[in-house]
Design a protein. Structure first.
Length: 54
């Protein structure tokens, strides 16, 4: 995907506060936990990522 975007001469124009891998995890979690609110999904994701650090 990155190669396709770069081949067009356009790249990312925004600086995101979250690393790309966290955004990917968030999008996957949203699709898996679609019955939950966005706030609940991010809470579960953050708690899960915290448990991986310890």
């Amino acid at each position: 995907m990155d190669e396709v975007v770069l081949s067009t001469g356009h790249g990312e124009r925004r600086v995101w506060p979250l690393p790309a891998r966290v955004v990917v995890h968030y999008m996957l979690a949203l699709s898996l936990l679609f019955v939950n609110s966005h706030e609940e999904v991010i809470r579960k994701l953050v708690n899960g990522l915290r448990s991986l650090r310890t």
